[in-house]
Design a protein around this ligand. Structure first.
Ligand code: FES
Length: 154
């Protein structure tokens, strides 16, 4: 069941858009902000509020990389997995991060602190390789910058 706060945030968004379907992404992100991810139960609740089928919402969530359909760690590190970053050594960044946190790409650390996920271009190709942790973008990554970044998160 959606909380009063979640429902209120979604209703505020609905007031800004021409129809309820247009709020699908914002509504899922609102739930994710509160719960960390969007469960099947949440999709059913959102389906009722928005008048959009669960299948359609799931399709949008699957297409939109920033909606998590499985539980994630306290922080989510999104590692750019597109061409400019490949050319600038993103494989080394990924491998270092995975080794440092002892979890594979797609996994969550044993302490639940980080989930590592690949993502398409983060829009900072001129500073490749890049990653994003929560809402913070990290550019020109090397092992030293990764270490600096990790110290920012408890
Ligand atoms: S390809 Fe990585 S930021 Fe664009």
């Amino acid at each position: 069941m959606l909380t009063t706060e979640e429902r209120q945030e979604i209703e505020e968004k609905i007031a800004e858009y021409p129809n309820r379907q247009a709020v699908s992404i914002d509504a899922m992100l609102a739930v994710q902000r509160h719960r960390g991810w969007v469960s099947d139960e949440s999709l059913r609740d959102l389906s009722e509020v928005l008048g959009v089928s669960v299948a359609d919402l799931d399709g949008v969530a699957t297409f939109y990389n920033l909606i998590h359909r499985k539980p994630v760690g306290k922080h989510v590190a999104l590692i750019c997995d597109s061409v400019s970053c490949w050319l600038m050594g993103s494989d080394k960044v990924r491998d270092h991060l995975c080794a440092r946190l002892s979890t594979p790409l797609g996994g969550t650390t044993a302490d639940g602190r980080f989930t590592l996920l690949p993502i398409v271009c983060l829009g900072a190709c001129d500073h490749a390789p890049t990653m994003m942790i929560d809402d913070e973008l990290y550019e020109d990554l090397d092992e030293e910058r990764i270490e600096e970044a990790l110290t920012q998160y408890d």
